[in-house]
Design a protein around this ligand. Sequence first.
Ligand code: ATP
Ligand code: MG
Ligand code: MG
Ligand code: MG
Length: 429
Amino acid sequence: MSIKDVFSLNEGAEVTIRGWVYRKRELKDKIFLVVRDGSGIIQAVINKSDPNTAGIASKLNIESSLMLTGVVKKEPRAPGGAEVHVRSIDWYYIGDPFPINEDAAKADSEYLLDVRHLWIRSRRMWAILRVRHTVFGAIHEFFRSRGYYEVQGPMFVSAAVEGGATLFPVKYFDREDVYLTQSSQFYLEVLIYTLEKVYTVAPSFRAEPSRTRRHLTEFWHAEAEEAWLQFDGLLNLLEDLITYIVNKVLEERQDELKLLNRDTKILENVKPPFYRVSYDEAIEILQSKGLNIKWGDDIGADEERVLTMQFDKPILLHHFPEQVKAFYHRNDPSRPGTTLSVDVLAPEGYGEIVGGGERIYDYEELLSKIKKFGLKPEDYDWYLDLRRYGSVPHAGFGLGVDRLVMWVCGLDHIRDALPFPRDIRRVKP
Ligand code: ATP
Ligand code: MG
Ligand code: MG
Ligand code: MG
């Protein structure tokens, strides 16, 4: 049975569990094994006076795989409040000495990244991966319950969505104009013409040249596009989505958050309405805090950190100037020079987790913006076609799922938010 189910049994119940040795401690008359499986950990007690079990137990080392049978006993000093008194024990595999001492390990060390394939067994990664599982599930539940169709875009593409600088070229037979996708947005925009409301959860790839706490070269992107959706509707949608995900994690993953020492006060505070802060207001706030920033500058990670520390909920930062947002963002007809754009900033210094906005749907407007940004219209031929044939007002966004997991788990670095992080230096394991 699963280890977590043992804790709901009465004292004296007989159980058989399978798992791995997580901790081992030997006293004069007893051997304590903490055993872990996919569901949790439990302490097993072996009496040294029983030669059958003690003989095997003394041979086991950390991460040996085993099966044991025993009797449940309540024990307030044991993790979870119960332990198993072992009657029989059998091993499947006794390995070499395990190279990681979890108690001594410094969570963000390069060594732990080198041995990520083994560090994955740590309690910390176990907890993060379970939160991550809940986050991905919640995203699908949310969209499907609201009538969005799940779709898939290609990973090989031939044009930039987010600017050429971070494109990854791919050796694609004899061609030199093929890249890994930076975002599925343009393909989702194609698909709204047949399905109206679409979403995808897929990797995006960006050749991020510097190592930061929040950039990966391969990240998971939850993107949605919706026909007829306007700006206010988009802001409400983002509030609802993020609230849904955070609440799901709070409902299902209390134990994991506790294990990660996550202070959940701010997470519990996540419900609509979020703070709506215009770019103009943000610049004023940042200037009043002494930052050297002026209207027209981009708001980067440092500014976002300062900004989010002023608020106890996520911020919907909206109406960025035209020049700091990609060409497809629609200008606000009532506020010249600004776009109907929004970033969601996670509180506690985390910053941007979502970028979105209304898309330009007028053909001439899109064409002139492409030229104004110094881009080649022929690179966007099929994207322009969407505006030539039956164009429709629409809006959408991209949520960085790893960043969301990073914030919800309270991690210092995005690379701990997923099992196999990729950055400028690391493509192994
Ligand atoms: P940043 O300003 O942090 O570089 P961005 O504005 O370039 O992000 P968008 O193009 O708006 O990012 O992409 C949508 C979302 O995807 C972002 O809000 C973020 O959550 C996530 N994201 C973007 N780039 C990365 C990356 N390199 N690693 C992890 N997540 C990313
Ligand atoms: Mg970027
Ligand atoms: Mg940004
Ligand atoms: Mg962005």
